[in-house]
Every structure is written in structure tokens, then in C-alpha cells.
Design a protein around this ligand. Structure first.
Ligand SMILES: NC(=O)c1ccc[n+]([C@@H]2O[C@H](COP(=O)([O-])OP(=O)(O)OC[C@H]3O[C@@H](n4cnc5c(N)ncnc54)[C@H](OP(=O)(O)O)[C@@H]3O)[C@@H](O)[C@H]2O)c1
Length: 263
């Protein structure tokens, strides 16, 4: 039983190994699609987000489809940094260990092209970057000592250049991408893989109202691309894949041209 007295998933045994994953930010969009897909691939899951009702119904759907307990819900706000260590221990006890950790949580708070809003910037930084540090430092230390495991985090193509539309979102994703590269450089020698996922536009709540979105893919397609990269233990995945070439070009547009672009 969990500390909530909910039934626990079946334990791994030598004859029936089970992979275990934690997804932070699993209540909607790409995170929920990842949860459904990883459950179908046989993972046992701990799912985190603030909206407890959405998490509960997602777990119910997954467990019903699997015919056994395969997903557990842990309501959590990533800006409650101090609660992460105890919550991690609780989930490790409930899952019986950990093979994969996904930091999917992210927000994008629109600001006008001529507006500056520190409160929105602070919130974006706390959720997209500081929350990631609070969780990934803990998990990195654990996987480093275990000499196994895989870390995935959702960055974005938006983290590759500073654009006029939403500076703090760009900056939070750039910081996350750089932090993930550093983690990868630390952890690869311990056999731990770090995957940076960089979606383009994905049809989720995050881009509702966004002007000029193009090549929009479904959350399911993004999750399928990310899961393939997890299986292949890739270091980076663009979804859809064509963004890889586009961003190679975008990264090399000279600043005197790039600053004239309104996007
Ligand atoms: N959609 C796109 O076009 C796109 C493109 C590039 C990158 N991404 C990235 O993909 C990731 C997933 O986003 P999405 O598009 O799937 O949007 P989404 O449907 O809004 O999902 C965001 C997830 O983050 C969780 N979350 C937000 N604030 C939180 C907090 N304070 N504490 C805990 N969880 C929190 C949300 O759950 P609760 O609200 O229940 O807490 C939700 O589960 C994000 O990192 C985003 O930046 C998205």
C-alpha cells in the first residue's frame, strides 16, 4: 500500500522485470500522452502534476487498460521545491525503484511584444527551470550512484535563440537545455543517459491562442518520437524531426538579420 493506502503496482521479480518511471507534469498534453504510451510499453508509473482530478482519471484509464495497477498519482506543485526529496523517497518505495525520470512540466505565459512582466518571468523560471533543478539534481545523484538510469526533460526549439515573442520562456528552455548537456557530460561516464526533447509546435493547452503556429503535431506524435528516442537512448530528439535541420539554419542566422524577425 502507498502512504495514501492505495493499492501498489505488482513488484518486479527476476522472472518478471518491470521498468519504472516518474513523469513530472503528466496531467495533460505531452506528459499524459507519454504516460499512456509508456504504460503500454510495460512501464509502471508515478505521475505528478497539480490537477489531482486529471491525474486520478488518467491513472484509472491506464490501470483499466492494463488490467492491473500500472499508474499512481502524486499531486504536486514543482515550485514546492522542499517537498521533492521526501516525495521522491515515497515514490521509490511505492514503485520499488526507478529506471526512467521525465521532467515534462512547463508553462508559457504570453506577454505582449512591447510588454515586460517580472511576475510572469519569475513564474516561468520557477516552473520551467528551478523546478527542473529541484528534481533533476536528486535523480542525477541517485542514478550516478546506481550507475544506471535514464533522464528525459522537455526543452523546446524555443530555447535555441532569444526571440522577441516571449523572452523568459526562451531563456528558461535555453537554461534547461544547457543544464541537461552538463548533466549528460557528468553522467554518461556512469552509464546514465540524458535525453533532451525539443518539440516544435504541439497541439496542447500550452499553445492555445498562440499566433503563427505551424507544423503543429499531436501530443501523441510527440510522445511517440520521444519514446523512440528513449528506447534508442538518444541524447537529443527534435519532434517532428524536420526541426533538426530548421534549427541548424536558425542557430546560424546572423543576429543583425534575426533581430528583425517578428516571431
Ligand atoms: N505544446 C508545445 O507546442 C510545446 C513545444 C515545445 C515544448 N513544449 C514543452 O512540453 C512540455 C509539456 O507541455 P504541453 O505542451 O504538454 O502543455 P500542457 O498540456 O499545459 O502540460 C503542462 C504540464 O505541466 C504541468 N504543470 C504546469 N505547472 C506546474 C506546476 N507548477 N507544478 C507541477 N506541474 C505543473 C501541468 O499540470 P498541472 O497544470 O495539472 O499542474 C501539465 O501536466 C512543457 O515543458 C513545454 O514547455 C511544448
Amino acid at each position: 500500500m502507498t502512504t495514501n493506502s492505495k493499492p501498489l503496482p505488482p513488484r518486479a521479480t527476476p522472472l518478471r522485470p518491470r521498468r519504472r518511471a516518474i513523469i513530472v507534469g503528466a496531467s495533460s498534453g505531452i506528459g499524459a500522452a507519454l504516460a499512456r504510451r509508456l504504460a503500454r510499453e510495460g512501464y509502471t508509473l508515478a505521475l505528478l502534476a497539480r490537477r489531482a482530478d486529471l491525474l486520478a482519471s488518467l491513472c484509472e484509464e491506464i490501470n483499466l487498460a492494463a488490467g492491473e495497477i500500472r499508474a499512481l498519482a502524486y499531486p504536486h506543485d514543482v515550485t514546492d521545491y522542499d517537498s521533492a526529496p521526501n516525495l521522491l523517497q515515497r515514490m521509490l518505495a511505492d514503485l520499488g525503484g526507478l529506471d526512467l525520470f521525465v521532467y515534462n512540466t512547463g508553462i508559457s505565459l504570453p506577454v505582449g511584444l512591447k510588454k515586460y512582466d517580472f511576475e510572469k518571468d519569475r513564474r516561468t523560471t520557477e516552473v520551467n527551470y528551478l523546478g527542473a533543478l529541484a528534481w533533476l539534481n536528486l535523480v542525477a545523484a541517485m542514478f550516478q550512484s546506481l550507475k544506471s538510469g535514464q533522464i528525459v526533460a522537455l526543452s523546446s526549439v524555443a530555447g535555441e535563440r532569444g526571440r522577441v515573442g516571449n523572452p523568459s520562456y526562451n531563456a528558461s528552455k535555453a537554461a534547461l537545455t544547457c543544464y541537461l548537456e552538463a548533466l549528460r557530460n557528468r553522467l554518461s561516464r556512469y552509464g546514465v543517459n540524458v535525453l533532451t526533447a525539443k518539440p516544435g509546435f504541439v497541439d496542447t493547452n500550452l499553445i492555445v491562442g498562440a499566433k503563427g503556429a505551424f507544423w503543429v503535431i499531436s501530443a501523441e506524435q510527440a510522445a511517440a518520437d520521444i519514446c523512440r528516442a528513449i528506447r534508442k537512448r538518444r541524447q537529443q530528439v527534435y519532434t517532428p524531426a524536420r526541426w533538426r535541420l530548421v534549427m541548424l539554419i536558425v542557430r546560424n542566422i546572423p543576429s543583425f538579420i534575426f533581430r528583425r524577425l517578428i516571431f
